[in-house]
Ligand binder design. Structure first.
Ligand code: ZN
Ligand code: ZN
Length: 340
């Protein structure tokens, strides 16, 4: 098969002919029809995971996968060749206290071993990928492969954030940064019954944010979001999908009492929290990282019912490096997807 391989951190992506992946007894081989290009792929390429103690190279990257089951291992009975599937890429033990609580994204073994498709085992920048069959989530017929892929990471991350922040219908949800996560986040928040506020300094994205269902669009730059958001009446939940740490600090001024700031992207820095105002206002800051397979299923159904779809740029496998470069330069509108 053809696969894009990264030999080591900071090495270029190279398209190669390699043997199709073997299928273990409890695995399934999926014909990859679409694989999203995520910011995490860039962190991976730059060697970030080394700082966590992992060196997964050489590796086929790609964790936002949708496709068709081609072959299943001898012990697999719940999926069959021909099934349309999306891949839940974070693998869990099924036995630890988090897994038993249905919070498999926090699996203690998973976090310790970092066992994940496209991060530590070969992923979807390829024609085929073998994954644990338990990680397959049915893909509704209404959703195209290229539109399904971004739900498995970008969509699920932001959905989990909104849910775990306790967003209720009628409350206000603000999306800081309208990119891969943010443009899905505002559609999801609207489907969850929220009044949605898009915060973006990009003029071209302001109109698109409105078309995608934002009730308010606040064009501001630098240290203005907090002030503008406060003038608008504030937000119960702010999901930050920006890498700009100063902007995250600033937007906290627009958080309502008992509000929650959800950090969804890896921006480096230290948040200043003044306990005096923070305690009085009973606010929270939380991170978001995926959710369970059940929630992926739930999200795909929400997408069918409310017409939530990512806006994607499609690339053939041989342009994987180009797609990553566009993402690096902030040029992607709004999610790059490879179609192997
Ligand atoms: Zn576990
Ligand atoms: Zn991702």
């Amino acid at each position: 098969m053809r696969a894009v391989i990264q030999e080591r951190a900071q090495a270029p992506l190279v398209l190669q002919d390699v043997p199709a992946p073997a299928v273990g007894p409890r695995e399934a081989r999926v014909r990859v029809r679409a694989c999203g290009v995520c910011h995490t792929d860039l962190h991976l390429a730059e060697g970030l995971f080394k700082t966590f103690g992992y060196d997964p190279f050489p590796l086929v990257p790609g964790h936002e996968i949708a496709g068709v089951v081609e072959k299943v291992g001898q012990d697999v009975t719940h999926v069959r060749p021909g099934d349309r599937v999306s891949v839940y890429w974070w693998h869990s033990c099924g036995r630890c206290r988090c897994c038993l609580a249905g919070e498999e994204e926090s699996c203690l073994e998973g976090l310790a071993q970092m066992d994940a498709t496209g991060l530590t085992r070969n992923g979807g920048y390829a024609e085929w990928v073998s994954v644990p069959a338990d990680c397959l989530v049915p893909l509704p017929a209404e959703i195209e492969f290229a539109e399904a892929a971004p739900f498995t990471c970008a969509g699920l991350t932001v959905y989990a954030g909104l849910k775990n922040a306790g967003l209720r219908p009628g409350q206000r949800a603000a999306m800081l940064g309208i990119g891969g996560l943010g443009h899905l986040g505002l559609q999801i928040a609207r489907a969850m019954g929220a009044e949605v506020i898009a915060l973006t300094s990009s003029e071209s994205k302001q109109e698109i944010a409105r078309q995608l269902g934002a009730h308010h669009v606040l064009p501001a730059a630098g240290r203005e979001y907090g002030k503008r958001l406060r003038e608008l009446g504030g937000a119960d939940v702010v999901v930050s999908a920006t890498m700009d740490f100063q902007t995250i600090r600033d937007v906290m001024d627009g958080l309502l009492p008992q509000g929650t700031l959800v950090l969804a992207s890896l921006a480096a820095g230290r948040l200043p929290i003044d306990p005096r105002t923070f305690i009085l206002a009973q606010q929270r800051v939380m991170g978001t990282f995926l959710e369970s397979r059940l929630q992926l299923q739930e999200l795909l159904q929400l997408a069918v019912l409310h017409g939530i779809r990512p806006l994607v740029e499609k690339y053939p496998l041989e342009q994987a490096a180009e797609a990553q470069q566009r993402l690096r330069e902030n040029k992607v509108q709004f999610r790059a997807v490879l179609e192997p």
